[in-house]
Ligand binder design. Structure first.
Ligand code: FES
Length: 137
């Protein structure tokens, strides 16, 4: 497993998402009230662009005609057919035991921790020959 810097914390405002391509996979990073969650940008229903969907609350009802909104900003609705998923866990609302979005670990790290690595830049031997700079690749 490798680490990838996706954004600075202030680039992803609460309630929004940033899409990144990591190892060929589109992954959406969501800010839910200051906590970050990463989800695959592929709906398990028919492959819709999940992270382009609408973020909103969970709508609950116990009797017809009455409803209440809970956990605002924690649910993502697919733009194609409206399936809903919990951003924090990836679980679907329609069938939580069988259907889920692929999730990835996301965390905030101080800049100094990111700089420390284990990132190692690729280096090449450089030499100066008379008036030419030569880079060996
Ligand atoms: S592709 Fe997402 S609900 Fe159908």
């Amino acid at each position: 497993m490798s680490r990838h810097v996706v954004a600075t914390v202030d680039e992803i405002a609460p309630g929004s998402c940033k899409l990144a391509t990591i190892k060929g996979r589109e992954i959406g990073v969501f800010n839910v009230a200051g906590a970050f969650y990463a989800l695959a940008n592929r709906c398990p229903h028919a492959g819709g662009p999940m992270c382009r969907g609408t973020v909103g609350p969970l709508v609950r009802s116990t009797v017809p005609g009455e409803y209440r909104l809970e956990r605002d900003g924690e649910f993502l609705r697919c733009p194609w057919h409206g399936w809903e998923f919990d951003i924090k866990t990836g679980q679907s609302w329609c069938d939580p035991s069988r259907i889920a979005l692929r999730t990835y670990a996301a965390k905030v790290e101080p800049g100094m921790e990111v700089v420390k690595g284990p990132h190692v830049a690729e280096t090449f031997k450089v030499s100066v020959e008379k008036h030419y700079v030569v880079v060996e690749v």
